[in-house]
Design a protein around this ligand. Structure first.
Ligand SMILES: O=C(CO)COP(=O)(O)O
Length: 126
């Protein structure tokens, strides 16, 4: 049995509706991945798409971003979709920066907004 590639899904609070909508629209493409997500985002994706299996890690401010960063460093994440909110101050901003830094270091495809995510997920459709 072939192992599915892994996609990490994260959205800041102001972007969670957008992430739930994105997941609903791209359920078929997402089903080809093993899905991991930060805690609250994962709950929203799971509610939006009950047929998908979503592994929920800790909430972002409690270490979820760092958990996903560690998974990137160990080669367990193949793609990152992270709807960031550039208009709100976050207590865990350093964790967000560390995560996007690691995704860059390990050169994994990373979308930080929906427009880019739509392009990335389109590649998964054929
Ligand atoms: O804060 C986050 C990413 O920085 C997201 O965490 P939640 O999905 O738990 O809200």
């Amino acid at each position: 049995m072939s192992v599915k590639p892994c996609i990490a899904l994260i959205a800041h609070d102001q972007k969670k509706d957008d992430m739930a909508d994105f997941a609903r629209h791209h359920q078929a493409a997402l089903s080809r991945f093993r899905i991991v997500a930060t805690g609250t985002t994962g709950g929203r994706v799971q509610d939006a798409c009950p047929e998908l299996k979503v592994t929920r890690l800790k909430s972002g401010p409690l270490g979820g971003d760092q958990q996903i960063g560690a998974m990137i460093a160990t080669g367990e994440v193949d793609m990152l979709i992270f709807f960031i909110d550039p208009l709100s101050a976050l207590p865990h901003d350093v964790d967000v920066k560390a995560l996007t830094r690691l995704a860059t270091v390990y050169d994994i495809p990373m979308a930080l907004n929906r427009a880019t995510a739509e392009k990335l997920i389109d590649f998964q459709k054929d």
